[in-house]
Design a protein around this ligand. Structure first.
Ligand code: BTN
Length: 149
């Protein structure tokens, strides 16, 4: 028992230090995706509910692009291990469409946070016969927007 104590102490410290050093992916902040769209997530509450704004770089319409609100949720289960899954909806302020994104917040091998997402863009169509052409699908990769120093 006496011999085991220092060993257990070292093990405990090593595990503790490892736990402390693992960087977690945090959704709050400003992000840019591979299309050049900008997104800001303002607050994430204790239940994982969040809100923010989205400035798309592109549109499927001929309308003037406006900054649009988003609302979402990030998984708060303990199994997420600092790389949580999430989803959010953008209710476009300048078109009749809605986009839903789902994804996971990763920390890559360089320690950089990356959001890997898939999206569905639902456009409004005039009638049920046109439903087949109403949905687009794609992927977007977001990285944290670096502020100039
Ligand atoms: C519209 O055109 O009706 C609204 C804008 C849609 C922009 C889409 S959403 C998925 C993709 N990712 C972006 O950042 N912008 C486009």
């Amino acid at each position: 028992m006496v011999q085991a104590t220092p060993f257990l102490l070292v093990l405990f410290l090593a595990l503790g230090a490892h736990g402390l050093s693992v960087k977690k992916c945090n959704l709050t902040g400003r992000w840019v995706n591979d299309l050049g769209s900008n997104m800001t997530i303002t607050t994430v509450n204790a239940d994982g509910i969040f809100a923010g704004s989205y400035h798309t770089a592109v549109t499927a319409t001929s309308n003037e692009i406006k900054v649009s609100p988003l609302q979402g949720a990030v998984q708060k289960s303990p199994n997420q291990k600092g790389q949580p899954t999430f989803g959010f909806t953008v209710n476009w302020a300048f078109s009749d469409s809605i986009t839903v994104f789902t994804g996971q917040c990763f920390v890559d091998e360089d320690g950089k946070e990356v959001l890997k997402t898939m999206w569905l863009l639902r456009s409004r169509v005039e009638n049920i016969k046109s439903d087949w052409k109403a949905t687009r699908v794609g992927i977007n990769v977001f990285t944290r927007l670096q502020l100039p120093e």
